[in-house]
Ligand binder design. Structure first.
Ligand SMILES: *Cc1c(COP(=O)(O)O)cnc(C)c1O
Length: 357
């Protein structure tokens, strides 16, 4: 039986995509073998790689002066790759809106003069700092932001006011809502939340930023090398790239990002409205900054939180335990979570409240 899986990542994938992958596993496109058994330089796989790249460009409206790279190492590897590729003056500013932002900053300090321009750490990251009040240093190479904060359930609705290159980590929100790629110099995202299985990382980088990598930048992290080789400098993560292609096709058939954004907003509204109208459940995030992908919430006490998670599991509503840094519960409602899953969660929440009030 398939459950409703609210895991933060790796996370649920669209059922039709899984079924197609299952059907094609023994014989991909008449080759008599699966897509994970063939050369990454042969025509069948190259076609997968090219179509995945082209479809992501189409879905996100990525302008021609940007490269789309498929790399490995997760978003965490990008915490180092970004400074190694983008520093020219040797300094950058970071906005700390969660644990991953903090990690990106700490990794960055190994490679340059990094500063924290703003942080919401003192409130356990329950809001996004006010963009109007942030002063950036002169001469910085970039400002690093984390667009959606997976653990704490916040998201940017406004961008920093700066002429410096904007870099953003979109691991948990890529393709969930329309964004203007041209506002950013670089976007990166681990695929395992909103796109595909773990093992693939997406990098979208403006081409004029290529070619300035530090001499100590490992070849595998060098964006210019990956760009020149169509992300096939070495063996790529073939299976996640293939799965991405299936997910991109699924999303396109659904109406693309505008259509999924509408569904995502509807799902998030269902859940937040229910929480806000309840005196039993609570979401601590500043309303304007609420994520539409990750929804943390609590009951009146920790014992009830644990009971909630355990009883939900029995109803086929799984992986609702919050991250250890945030506590409580968290429902990750990525693109592949159908609205029926959110409705089932709300029904369970109602019942649990009545039984435990
Ligand atoms: C999950 C996540 C990461 C870490 O991703 P890995 O691919 O495991 O390195 C980084 N940033 C954000 C916003 C995330 O959600």
């Amino acid at each position: 039986m398939r459950v409703y899986n609210f895991a933060a990542g790796p996370s649920t994938l669209p059922l039709p995509v899984l079924e197609q992958a299952q059907r094609e596993l023994l014989d991909f496109n008449g080759t008599g073998m699966s897509v994970i058994e063939m050369s990454h330089r042969g025509k069948p796989f190259m076609a997968v790689n090219d179509e995945a790249n082209a479809l992501l460009r189409e879905l996100m409206n990525i302008p021609d002066n940007y490269s789309v790279l498929f790399v490995q190492g997760g978003a965490t590897q990008q915490f180092a790759a970004v400074p190694l590729n983008l520093l020219k003056n040797g300094k950058a500013d970071y906005i700390l809106t969660g644990n991953f932002a903090q990690k990106a900053y700490e990794e960055g300090t190994k490679y340059g003069d990094m500063a924290v321009a703003a942080s919401s750490k003192d409130s356990n990251y329950t809001f996004i700092p006010d963009m109007k009040n942030i002063k950036f240093r002169d001469g910085i190479d970039y400002v690093h932001t984390t667009y959606n904060n997976t653990i704490f359930g916040t998201r940017y609705t406004e961008l920093p006011k700066t002429d410096a290159t904007l870099v953003t980590d979109m691991s948990s929100c890529i393709l969930s809502e329309q964004i203007d790629v041209s506002k950013f110099g670089l976007i990166y995202a681990g695929a395992q939340k909103n796109i595909a299985p773990a093992g693939l990382t997406i990098v979208i980088v403006r081409k004029d930023l290529l070619g300035n990598a530090s001499p100590i930048c490992p070849v595998m992290l060098n964006y210019a090398v990956q760009d020149k080789n169509d992300s096939l400098y070495n063996t790529p993560p073939c299976f996640p790239i293939y799965m991405s292609l299936l997910v991109f096709r699924w999303l396109k058939a659904l109406g693309g990002v505008p259509a999924i954004q509408q569904i995502n907003e509807e799902k998030a509204k269902l859940l937040y409205d229910f929480i806000d109208n309840s005196s039993f459940y609570k979401n601590k995030v500043n309303k304007k900054d609420r994520s539409i992908m990750n929804v943390p919430f609590i009951t009146p006490n920790e014992e009830l939180d644990a009971k909630f998670v355990a009883e939900a599991l029995k109803q086929g509503l799984v992986s609702l335990k919050g991250h250890r840094l945030a506590g409580g519960m968290r429902a990750s409602i990525y693109n592949a979570m159908p609205i029926e899953g959110v409705k089932a969660l709300v029904e369970f929440m109602k019942k649990f409240e009545m039984e435990n009030k």
